[in-house]
Ligand binder design. Structure first.
Ligand SMILES: [Zn+2]
Length: 177
């Protein structure tokens, strides 16, 4: 299937969900995730994505496992998909940055969630991530004000408050870097 998609000109991203914990199974063995990653890479995927679907990861395991995965995936884009369900999302992102991860899935306003995972929140909010990276001197090329505008529009459309911490109001009162 991978070869077929690639011959049709598609980029194939192999994804491993619940890579850092499962609400049904509990802990997920890192060695199992490494084996799955190897299988994906052997199949020739163009990109590899690991998801902390449940938000059960912690900075230490992110650091250990992602370092190993990056060694395996070499130059291929390796994406981390983080949720803030247990409040560790940004700490996990920072740990991943420290061990060399440079690609992250985020969502406008932290939108999202999962019907299969109890209490699941959305992904880390794009504006919160972009803002923290900007403060750390890491250029993403993303215009935070435009992202906030989209989140605010989306909030109106959906009739709900977004999860993002950084709003236009807060940004206006914060020192820009
Ligand atoms: Zn997810």
């Amino acid at each position: 299937m991978v070869a077929q998609a690639q011959s049709a000109g598609l980029t194939v991203r192999g994804g491993i969900q619940c890579a850092f914990g499962c609400r049904y199974q509990g802990n997920v063995l890192p060695s199992l995730v490494v084996d799955l990653a190897k299988q994906h890479l052997d199949l020739g995927v163009d990109e590899l994505a690991l998801a902390d679907s449940t938000g059960m990861a912690n900075p230490l395991i992110i650091n250990q496992l992602m370092a190993e995965i990056l060694t395996l995936s070499k130059q291929k884009p390796t994406i981390l998909h983080l949720h803030d369900t247990e409040g560790k999302g940004m700490a996990n992102l920072f740990a991943a940055l420290q061990c060399g991860v440079r690609h992250f899935d985020t969502a406008f306003g932290g939108l999202g969630g999962c019907v299969f995972i109890e209490g699941a929140t959305g992904n880390l909010a794009t504006e919160d991530v972009v803002w923290m990276l900007a403060q750390m001197g890491i250029e993403t090329g993303i215009d935070i004000e435009k992202i906030i505008a989209v989140s605010e529009d989306l909030s109106q459309v959906l009739g709900k408050k977004m999860e993002a911490k950084i709003t236009r109001k807060i940004l206006a009162k914060t020192i820009k870097y």
